[in-house]
Design a protein around this ligand. Structure first.
Ligand SMILES: CC(=O)SCCNC(=O)CCNC(=O)[C@H](O)C(C)(C)COP(=O)(O)OP(=O)(O)OC[C@H]1O[C@@H](n2cnc3c(N)ncnc32)[C@H](O)[C@@H]1OP(=O)(O)O
Length: 201
């Protein structure tokens, strides 16, 4: 597998690939100072990538940059699920998505493309998680929640059942979301309140 991005998030993904018996053939990263990561070479910047049959993943935590890379590069994307994640057989997960250690995804939830379900996150039944979302470590999505494209659900936050979160929103770390969140809104606190809006794409 090839990985786009050679930072901390790439280390976590590399370890999962290796635990699953696979290997990373190399990284592509736009920082010319990066030569290798975990003993695996950085093969050049993203423009140096030549499409082939070997699958790739975008190992970049920033949701907007992950989306940009998919627009710039034509690649076949895989997915990785940590062997110690618990994912219901009824869950649908699309290409490019990664699920970290200790995450739990319960029945009939749908997860889009290039999503990060990070360490020990809990995504309960009947949720809809759109493309390029990041559910950060230890956050909790109760049942029936929908999350719009590109939203960051910050570490340790809790979202109560049947809530709708818009696209490209940010839920601050540790927030408790008790009502719907509009597109681009940044919310923090308990109960979570809007403090500003992210810029539109
Ligand atoms: C493996 C990994 O590392 S995955 C990483 C996952 N990442 C995260 O969980 C990070 C989530 N990000 C946050 O919580 C950030 O603090 C954000 C995005 C909500 C706000 O960041 P910024 O835009 O830089 O805002 P800034 O730090 O200027 O804070 C604005 C105000 O909100 C407050 N605030 C910021 N974050 C929070 C929060 N999580 N909870 C409560 N209040 C907060 C600040 O204290 C500040 O208040 P003040 O104006 O009274 O001083």
């Amino acid at each position: 597998m090839f990985l786009f991005g050679a930072s901390g998030h790439a280390k976590v993904i590399t370890e999962i690939i290796q635990l699953n018996g696979g290997s990373v053939s190399g990284f592509y990263d736009d920082d010319p100072l990066k030569k290798s990561l975990m003993g695996i070479p950085v093969l050049g910047n993203t423009e140096a990538y030549k499409p082939g049959n070997e699958k790739s993943l975008i190992s970049i935590g920033n949701n907007r940059i992950r989306k940009k890379v998919t627009e710039q590069i034509e690649a076949k994307y895989g997915q990785v699920i940590h062997p110690k994640a618990v994912v219901s057989e009824t869950v649908e997960i699309e290409e490019g998505t990664v699920v970290m250690a200790g995450a739990v995804i319960n029945p009939f939830t749908k997860i889009g493309r290039h999503v990060i379900i990070n360490t020990a996150a809990s995504v309960d039944h009947d949720c809809q998680v759109s493309d390029f979302v990041h559910i950060a470590p230890k956050s909790t999505l109760c049942g029936g929640i929908s999350i719009g494209e590109g939203t960051l659900v910050g570490s340790g936050s809790v979202i109560i059942p049947n809530t709708k979160i818009g696209k490209w929103a940010t839920i601050g770390a540790g927030s408790v979301v008790v009502k719907d969140v509009p597109d681009y809104a940044v919310v923090v606190g308990n109960p979570a309140r809007i403090i500003k809006f992210n810029s539109q794409l």
